[in-house]
Design a protein around this ligand. Structure first.
Ligand code: NAD
Ligand code: G6P
Ligand code: MN
Length: 440
C-alpha cells in the first residue's frame, strides 16, 4: 500500500488555506493524504475558513481525516509535514508596516525595506514557536515554510534552530519562471533548468536552458527588455502586480546580462516607487478589500448553505510547488527547487554564512546545493548590503538591541538616512508593542 501523509497547515486562518487544501486534494494521486489539520492562534478567524474547508472535504474526499484547532499538541501530533504560512499581526500590522515608512517617503512594502524589517521582528518568534511544536510532537516531520519575510525567517531559524527540518521557499521565482517558460514557448517551468543566485526577494537568473540544453536567455532577455514580464491569468493579477511585472523592464536595464526578480524594483527605484504609492491606501488595503473579503465571504456562504457545491472554491493551481517539494522529501524525487539555504561556498565570492536563494536538489535527506560560482560586482555589492540588513535584524531580535535595529534600517537601500531610519524605528516600536521583543 502506498503511504499516505498527514499534513498540518499552520496559519489555518490564512486567505491561502482554502486554495492549498483544494490543491492538496487535486494533487492527491501524486501525494496521497490521510489527514489535514489546520492550526492557528486566532481561533475565530480560523473557524470560518476551517468550517468551509470541512464541508468541502466531507463532500469531495470523506476518506481524509480533517480537523482544526488552536491547541498545539492536537495540531502537531503524528504528522509528516507542516505547511507554514502565518502572518504574525495579520493585515492590521501589515498596514502599519507599509504606511509608517511611506509617511516619510520611504518604500512601504510587506517584505522589502522597513516594512519587511518590522514584519521580521514579529515573524521570527511565531515561526520558531511552530517549529518547536512540530519537533516536540512529531520529531520526524518536515516544515515547508513560506511565511514571510522569508529571508529574515530563514536567517533566524538557521541561526537559532540549525538542526531543524525546515525548508524555506518562495513562490515569486516560480511565478516568474512560469512566465519565462511561456515567453520561450514552453509548456511549463519544469522544462527549464535555471541558474539563479541572490537572497529572498532579491535575486537574478543568470542561466536558463531547455531540456535539450539550448540557451533560452537570448529570447527571454529580448522579451523582458521590451515588455517586462507578462501578467498571467491565475496569480498576482491586481493592478499593482501588473505594475511590478512591467517595471521588470527598467530593473532589467540596469544589468542586461541577468534577469531580475521583480522585488528588486523596491531597492533600485525606492524613491520612484514610494512616490507612486498612496500613503492612505496600500497593498494591505487592497488585500483586505479584495482577497480577504472574497475568501471569507465564500467561506461564510458555504457554511450558511451547508454545501460547497457551486461556491466557486478554487484550488491554488500555482501552489502545486508545495506538493512537488513535499513529494521530493517523501518520495526522494531529487527535483530542483530554489531554496533559501546557508551559502557555505555555493556562491563562491559571497559571505559563507549568508542565507542565499539558489537552486537545490531535494530528496529524502534534505537538500544538496548547486554551486553558482562567482557573481558579478554589482549583484555582490547589493547583496552584501542587504544580507547585512537581514543579519542585523536577527541580531536585534536575539539581543533586544535598539542599536542593531537602527543600523539595520539605516543600511537598507530603501532608507535615505540614519535620521529617517530613527524616526521610522521609533514609530515602529510604538506600533509593535506586544509583538517585538523589548529593545534597549
Ligand atoms: P493571513 O493574515 O490571511 O493569514 C495568516 C494567518 O496566520 C492568520 O489567520 C493568523 O491568525 C495566523 N497566525 C499569525 N500568527 C500566528 C502564530 N504565531 N501561530 C499560528 N497562526 C498564526 O495572511 P496571508 O496573506 O494569507 O499570508 C500568510 C503568509 O503567507 C504571510 O506570511 C505571507 O507573507 C505568506 N506568503 C508567502 C508566499 C511566499 O512565496 N513566500 C506567498 C504567499 C503568501
Ligand atoms: C508573492 C511573494 C510572497 C508574498 C506575496 C504577497 O507571492 O513571493 O512572498 O507574500 O507575493 O502577495 P499579496 O497579494 O499578499 O500582496
Ligand atoms: Mn516570496
Amino acid at each position: 500500500m502506498t503511504q499516505k501523509y498527514a499534513v498540518t497547515v499552520a496559519g489555518g486562518g490564512s486567505t491561502f488555506t482554502p486554495g492549498i487544501v483544494l490543491m492538496l486534494l487535486k494533487e492527491s494521486s501524486r501525494f496521497p493524504i490521510r489527514k489535514i489539520m489546520l492550526y492557528d492562534n486566532d481561533p475565530g478567524r480560523q473557524k470560518v475558513i476551517a468550517e468551509a474547508c470541512g464541508i468541502y472535504l466531507r463532500e469531495n474526499a470523506p476518506e481524509i481525516e480533517f480537523g482544526y484547532t488552536d491547541d498545539p499538541r492536537e495540531a502537531f501530533t503524528e504528522i509528516d509535514f507542516v505547511l507554514a504560512h502565518i502572518r504574525v499581526g495579520k493585515y492590521a500590522m501589515r498596514e502599519k508596516d507599509e504606511k509608517i515608512p511611506l509617511k516619510y517617503g520611504v518604500v512601504g512594502q510587506e517584505t522589502c525595506g522597513p516594512g519587511g524589517i518590522a514584519y521580521g521582528m514579529r515573524s521570527i518568534g511565531g515561526v520558531l514557536e511552530i517549529l518547536d511544536y512540530m519537533e516536540a510532537y512529531s520529531p520526524e516531520a518536515w516544515m515547508l515554510n513560506y511565511s514571510n519575510p522569508a529571508a529574515i525567517v530563514a536567517e533566524a531559524t538557521h541561526r537559532l534552530r540549525p538542526k531543524s527540518k525546515i525548508l524555506n521557499i518562495c513562490d515569486m521565482p516560480i511565478d516568474l519562471e512560469e512566465k519565462m517558460a511561456g515567453i520561450a514557448g514552453l509548456k511549463s517551468r519544469k522544462e527549464m533548468q535555471v541558474g539563479y543566485y541572490g537572497l529572498n526577494h532579491f535575486g537574478w537568473w543568470h542561466q536558463i536552458y531547455d531540456k535539450a540544453g539550448n540557451d533560452l536567455m537570448p529570447v527571454i532577455r529580448a522579451y523582458i527588455a521590451e515588455n517586462g514580464f507578462p501578467v498571467s491569468a491565475e496569480q498576482h493579477v491586481d493592478d499593482s502586480w501588473a505594475h511590478t511585472f512591467k517595471m521588470a523592464r527598467e530593473v532589467y536595464a540596469i544589468d542586461p546580462e541577468t534577469i531580475p526578480n521583480t522585488y528588486l524594483k523596491y531597492y533600485l527605484f525606492p524613491y520612484e516607487i514610494a512616490a507612486g504609492l498612496d500613503p492612505e491606501y496600500t497593498r494591505a488595503n487592497e488585500v483586505i478589500d479584495g482577497r480577504e473579503k472574497k475568501i471569507f465571504s465564500v467561506c461564510r456562504e458555504i457554511i450558511e448553505k451547508g454545501t460547497s457545491s457551486g461556491s466557486g472554491f478554487e484550488a491554488d493551481a500555482h501552489a502545486t510547488y508545495i506538493v512537488d517539494l513535499a513529494r521530493a522529501i517523501a518520495e526522494n524525487t531529487l527535483e530542483r527547487f530554489l531554496l533559501i539555504v546557508p551559502n557555505e561556498g555555493a556562491i563562491e565570492n559571497f559571505e559563507r554564512s549568508a542565507m542565499v536563494e539558489i537552486p537545490c536538489i531535494v530528496g529524502k535527506n534534505g537538500y544538496e546545493k548547486i554551486c553558482q560560482g562567482r557573481i558579478p560586482r554589482f549583484q555582490k555589492g547589493m547583496m552584501e548590503q542587504q544580507v547585512s540588513v537581514e543579519k542585523l535584524v536577527v541580531d536585534a531580535w536575539i539581543e533586544g538591541s535598539y542599536q542593531k535595529l537602527w543600523q539595520a534600517l539605516t543600511l537598507s537601500k530603501t532608507v535615505p538616512s540614519a535620521a529617517v531610519a530613527k524616526i521610522i524605528l521609533d514609530e515602529f516600536i510604538q506600533a509593535n508593542q506586544g509583538y517585538w521583543p523589548e529593545l534597549t
